[in-house]
Ligand binder design. Structure first.
Ligand SMILES: C[S@@+](CC[C@H](N)C(=O)[O-])C[C@H]1O[C@@H](n2cnc3c(N)ncnc32)[C@H](O)[C@@H]1O
Length: 251
């Protein structure tokens, strides 16, 4: 398991500060179904905190202590009533057994790609089943294979951006470079961060890719029934060429 991109939650939050469509979608999903919510791979609380503020009880599970610590810090700045609705657990979502079920289980923001083989996906989906109430709702999103990304020159840097770290006020320039390993079906994405003194820090995200057909075969084998699927968080219908799958299922 490569947790490299999660060792610096400040950079993680900066990297994804512009992502808000998925937050709106998950909060609307939970608003319709209701909590309590189990979020698998809750990270720094990007999605969990808005759910907590909306009045839902959220149990957040993550294997990365730095990410959980960052969420705890953000929680501490919330009103007591919000804090009281949250509980955090450090655990592997594939082997998790909380001994309770939830009307809503979420696996947001590509966490599925952390499963490297069939057995790991099966274990994760069995864990979701274990924690999902009867007729409960399972919401998740993941990428689908994108050949245009895999054609990128692995030596070249793409997507230059400039950030300012809120903790040190330091200006940071970032790039991405990536390559796809056909034999393992892993898309390796390196985030390169150049500090103001010129030093660089690299974090590597390894995403095991699954085809649309494989994804659905796994979900079906795990006993899930599809309620809705879209090609993005804007509601584009699923179809050929989709690069993302946003799914709602029940058991
Ligand atoms: C892309 S982040 C998503 C975080 C958060 N849900 C969000 O939307 O910002 C994926 C999270 O899954 C966690 N994770 C990866 N493998 C895990 C595992 N086996 N068990 C639990 N958490 C895991 C990582 O530590 C990371 O915080």
């Amino acid at each position: 398991m490569n947790l490299d991109p999660y060792r610096d939650p400040v950079l993680y939050d900066l990297e994804y500060a512009g992502h808000s469509l998925d937050i709106a979608w998950y909060t609307s999903l939970v608003g319709g179904v209701g909590g309590p919510v189990l979020e698998l791979g809750c990270g720094t609380g990007r999605i969990a905190l808005p759910l907590l503020r909306d009045g839902h009880e959220v149990v957040g599970v993550d294997v990365s202590q730095p990410m959980l610590d960052a969420m705890q810090t953000r929680l501490a700045a919330e009103p007591e009533a919000v804090q009281a609705r949250a509980s955090l657990h450090r655990a592997d979502f594939r082997t998790l057994d909380l001994g309770r079920t939830f009307p809503t289980v979420l696996l947001p923001f590509n966490a599925l790609h952390h499963c490297r083989d069939e057995a790991e996906v099966e274990a994760l989906l069995a864990s979701v089943r274990r924690h999902l109430s009867e007729r409960g709702v399972f919401g998740l999103d993941c990428y689908l294979p994108d050949v245009s990304l895999y054609a990128r020159d692995p030596e070249q840097r793409y997507e230059e951006r400039v950030f300012r770290r809120p903790d040190t006020q330091e200006e940071i320039v970032s790039w991405e470079r990536s390559w796809y390993d056909e034999s393992t079906r892993v898309h390796h994405v390196q985030y390169i961060y150049r500090q103001s003194d010129g030093t660089e820090q690299t974090m590597q995200l390894d995403l095991r890719m699954w085809t649309h057909e494989e994804l659905h075969a796994h979900l079906k084998a795990a006993g899930f029934t599809l309620l809705n699927e879209m090609a993005d968080f804007e509601g584009t219908p699923m179809g050929p060429g989709a690069l993302q799958s946003v799914l709602v299922l029940t058991a």
